[in-house]
Design a protein around this ligand. Structure first.
Ligand code: FES
Length: 109
């Protein structure tokens, strides 16, 4: 297969796509404190970053789950006290917070 680009599938510049943070608010994550996590994000707004509530992200039991788009970075067992670090390091600094990554999708090597 060649490595040419196809005009019908244009390359998307990830910098041009706004960041979106999805915080699961479904039953299991909510029992684990997801409402407080969402509130912690709402208290620290970042220009150009949209924070939204999400329905189940399919990873129940590892919550509260947080998904950062468009780069598909997953964070698990997020605590409200960890949100300022995530905001500072990932949303502003563009560096993943290694110790908070969800091991299933971001295995540590
Ligand atoms: S309830 Fe949050 S991932 Fe399913």
């Amino acid at each position: 297969m060649s490595n040419t680009t196809h005009p019908q599938f244009p390359t998307i510049d990830p910098v041009a796509v706004p960041k979106c943070v999805r915080v699961c608010q479904n039953r299991t994550c909510k029992k684990q404190g997801a409402a407080d996590v969402l509130a912690a994000f709402a208290a620290l707004p970042v220009p150009g970053v949209v924070v939204t509530r999400s329905s189940c992200l399919g990873q129940c039991g590892s919550g509260p789950m947080v998904l950062v788009l468009p780069e598909m970075v997953w964070y698990s067992r997020v605590q409200p006290s960890e949100v300022p670090l995530l905001v500072e390091q990932h949303l502003i600094g563009d560096q993943r917070v290694q110790q908070m990554l969800y091991y299933r999708f971001h295995p540590q090597v």
